[in-house]
Design a protein around this ligand. Structure first.
Ligand code: KG4
Ligand code: ZN
Length: 367
């Protein structure tokens, strides 16, 4: 089947055409128009500005996705759209476009949960061979969760953050250090600079930061303590070096702090993921969400799985599918469709009348 998918939950306007048959995906087009440069001036996403950009870009992005895939409307079998969670003004643009196309082209329409898309992103490259139980470490700008799945679309959230999402913590710490938005890639680059500069004593010349909840018996996380520790370290540094407020911090200090922050966060994420994978005897471990693009997290988790649970498969999304994109929405939609009853398929022909964008939406398991 050919799926046309749309994603506008935050600051990327995205559309993709994906062909799916017999457990295999072929991404025919995957267009992402990023608004990062626009929002960077404000240090974060401005919802109404995002909506206006989506409104401007949605038709050109859809056209490009269809043209690149050499697709005609009649060859589309299913339309999929992210309907939450996210910024309402942004979501509404994608949902309205999808509802209109579904109505005009007489195609079934399916609403997909944004995080479900992130979880299914790794299947775009590995197809559907991921064995269950599957454990997904979800790390995005709005979510940090450990999701255990015993089958397709059966979600059990065994742990989550009690305060900031990990991507949000990256963004906030970056801002404290004077690094640009989005903070994740900026911190990763600064941390790499530190390791390159001090290849033999990398950790010794970086500050010590706490590892909150590392030893708690549950699978929950907390990142606000690390963030506060960074803030106090910056204050101490400024006092000690008599730096006036708003003076840019020296690069050596920024790099060392970025390294320390990234190490603290990845250690907690990796250790808890490994412990959960051991307890639940998971066969597949995956990463999902924007922070899954973090190379240090990807490799630390790989090393730890190899050492502690070598029988488990570690399957993570290609870099292309880590950040927000519509191909991942198509992947989740294709598999959801495949697991639905005939009655449910028929109901999708009427979704264009009822689908709503929702800022807070829970992931629903398929009945
Ligand atoms: O999944 P995503 O694109 O949007 C949401 O669904 O929230 O995730 C965005 C988050 C941002 O907080 C960004 O700083 C973070 O992912 N991020 C990274 C990296 N690339 C993006 N964090 C750490 N390292 C990266 N390389
Ligand atoms: Zn996302």
């Amino acid at each position: 089947m050919n799926i046309l998918a749309i994603e506008t939950s935050c600051d990327e306007t995205a559309a993709a055409v994906v062909y799916y048959a017999n457990g295999t995906f072929d991404v025919r087009s995957n267009v992402v128009s990023s608004q990062v440069a626009l929002h960077a001036q404000y240090g974060g996403v401005v919802p109404n500005l995002a909506a206006r950009e989506h409104e401007k870009n949605i038709v050109p992005v859809l056209r490009e996705a269809m043209t690149t895939a050499a697709m005609t409307p009649d060859a589309i079998d299913l339309i999929a759209v992210t309907h939450g969670p996210g910024l309402i003004p942004a979501l509404i643009v994608g949902v309205s476009a999808a509802k209109t196309l579904s109505w005009v082209w007489h195609k079934p329409l399916i609403g997909i949960h944004h995080i479900e898309g992130h979880i299914y992103a790794h299947m775009l490259t590995t197809h559907t061979r991921s064995a269950f139980p599957l454990l997904a470490l979800v790390v995005s700008g709005g979510h940090t969760q450990l999701v255990l799945m015993h089958n397709h679309f059966q979600y059990n959230i065994i742990g989550q953050t009690l305060d900031d999402a990990v991507g949000e913590a990256f963004d906030k710490v970056a801002r404290m250090l004077g690094l640009p938005y989005p903070g994740g890639p900026a911190i990763a680059t600064a941390a790499r600079r530190h390791s390159t500069k001090y290849p033999t004593n990398t950790a010794d010349v970086a500050p010590d930061l706490p590892r909150p909840m590392l030893h708690s018996k549950d699978y929950n996380f907390s990142f606000s303590g690390i963030k506060t520790a960074v803030l106090y370290s910056i204050k101490d540094f400024c006092t000690h070096h008599a730096l006036a407020p708003d003076t840019p911090l020296p690069q050596d200090f920024v790099d060392a702090m970025s390294y320390a922050f990234q190490e603290a966060v990845t250690e907690v994420l990796v250790k808890k993921t490994i412990r959960a994978a051991q307890e639940y005897n998971t066969k597949t471990i995956t990463l999902a969400g924007g922070v899954s693009a973090n190379t240090r997290l990807r490799t630390r988790l790989a090393e730890s799985i190899k050492k502690n649970i070598p029988h488990a498969a570690y399957i993570i999304p290609d870099f292309t599918y880590c950040l927000d994109n519509a191909a991942m929405i198509a992947a989740a939609a294709a598999l959801r469709y495949e697991h639905m009853s005939d009655d449910a398929h028929t109901a999708l022909t009427q979704t264009y009348r009822t689908l709503d964008a929702s800022a807070i939406l829970s992931m629903t398991s398929l009945q």
